[in-house]
Design a protein around this ligand. Structure first.
Ligand SMILES: Cc1cc2nc3c(=O)[nH]c(=O)nc-3n(C[C@H](O)[C@H](O)[C@H](O)COP(=O)(O)O)c2cc1C
Length: 367
């Protein structure tokens, strides 16, 4: 069992043709003033392509709704200037032989950002809530929902037009799409609400259908999902394999090619009686390709990193065991690649003593 055999195999699915199984996880960096990715942002992604990352997923980049973001330095995926910035990004990545997809994002109901910046209209979400009992914005009308779905579609169409290799819809981590999934933040009594997770997935399904309509059949669509959310790390949206199937399959039917299954620790299991992780279960019940993520090659998880915790390099053996077993197709890596553009090459060449781990200083700049 070597990283070379397992991780450094090519992967192809529709528009996506990548040289190995390593994916750069989407990581918000807030280095795009007024929503426009700068030359430094383009250089940062280009370096990861040069460093042999198979597929780069961009930091979350927000769609064309006035209140889709709570931070003025998070990139937009709309508007002439921002899209020109993204054109530089993808051209640089392709020049190094890499592949990339933007992670298109609407944050939904947010807490106000610590900078004091707020969008010119209130935040919006399924029921005005971002966690139980906490309201900080409007409940979306039918017209708001229809316009938001259309905005996701336009972003996906722009991704294809600029030459990106795929698109990822951010459906995880307590943001807008996940606010629809969760019964604690979706109290709607219309067609976008309901008692079951499958009923509350209607918004996501309509977003996916619109994205598919805009990009055509041959462009790869990824959706990122998580069972957990910052308001409840132990949450399980799908409490049984049957609920997982009822959640994922309508999204697969609507056009998802790859489920990106976000965990804080990839080795943790959701359901008793099996050691399959979220990506393993998602592949089993949907038959679709999946991406796993969460503390790959590190000994500490990422939310602790926001509190200042460092992590040291750790063995890939357990990851490789699961991957060799066929549990998932691709592996996303966050903090190691944020700190070190050469992580993938070091793994490939077995230069383990050169691995850097992660410390919070890496968040302060684009290296
Ligand atoms: C600084 C930072 C920013 C992040 N921003 C995003 C984001 O924009 N979208 C997203 O889906 N996940 C985001 N994440 C989560 C990562 O994509 C990834 O799932 C997480 O870091 C776990 O992977 P790791 O243990 O390899 O770091 C972020 C993580 C970090 C550390």
């Amino acid at each position: 069992m070597t990283a070379n055999n397992t991780l450094f195999r090519p992967f192809s699915l529709k528009s996506l043709n990548i040289k190995n199984r390593i994916v750069m996880a989407p990581m918000t960096r807030s280095f795009s003033p007024n929503g426009v990715p700068t030359a430094d942002v383009a250089a940062y992604y280009r370096k990861r392509a040069e460093g042999e990352v198979g597929l780069i997923l961009s930091e979350g980049t927000v769609i064309d709704r006035v209140s889709s973001s709570n931070d003025a330095n998070i990139p937009h995926f709309y508007g002439t200037e921002a899209l020109a910035g993204w054109q530089n990004v993808i051209d640089g990545v392709h020049a190094e032989g890499g592949a990339m997809g933007p992670q298109i994002w609407h944050m939904g109901i947010m807490d106000n950002h610590h900078s004091g910046w707020v969008p010119s209209q209130p935040f919006e979400g399924p029921s005005g809530l971002n966690r139980p009992g906490n309201t900080n914005g409007n409940t979306m009308t039918d017209a708001d929902i229809a316009d938001t779905i259309a905005a996701f579609g336009r972003a996906a169409a722009d991704a294809k037009r600029l030459g990106f290799d795929c698109v990822e819809i951010h459906g995880a981590h307590g943001y807008l799409i996940d606010q629809f999934f969760w019964n604690e933040t979706n109290k709607r009594t219309d067609i976008y609400g309901g008692k079951t997770l499958a009923e509350r997935s209607r918004f996501a399904v309509e977003v996916i259908k619109e994205v598919r309509k805009q990009v055509g059949e041959d462009f790869a669509i990824i959706i990122r999902l998580s069972q957990w959310k910052p308001a409840d790390y132990n949450n399980l949206l799908a409490k049984t394999p049957q609920e997982l199937e009822a959640w994922l399959n309508p999204m697969a039917d609507a056009g998802v090619d790859i489920f990106h299954c976000s965990q804080r620790r990839f080795w943790e299991t959701d359901f008793e009686g099996s050691d399959l992780n979220f990506a393993g279960w998602a592949k089993k019940v949907s038959g679709k390709a999946t991406i796993t993520v969460g503390s790959v090659g590190l000994d500490g998880e990422f939310l602790a990193a926001f509190g200042g915790a460092s992590s040291n390099p750790s063995s890939l053996d357990e990851l490789l065991r699961r991957m060799d077993r066929g549990d998932f197709d691709l592996v996303a890596v966050g903090r190691p690649l944020l700190a070190d553009p050469h992580w993938a090459q070091k793994i490939r060449d077995n230069r383990t003593v050169e691995l850097k781990g992660f410390s919070k200083e890496a968040l302060a700049q684009l290296v």
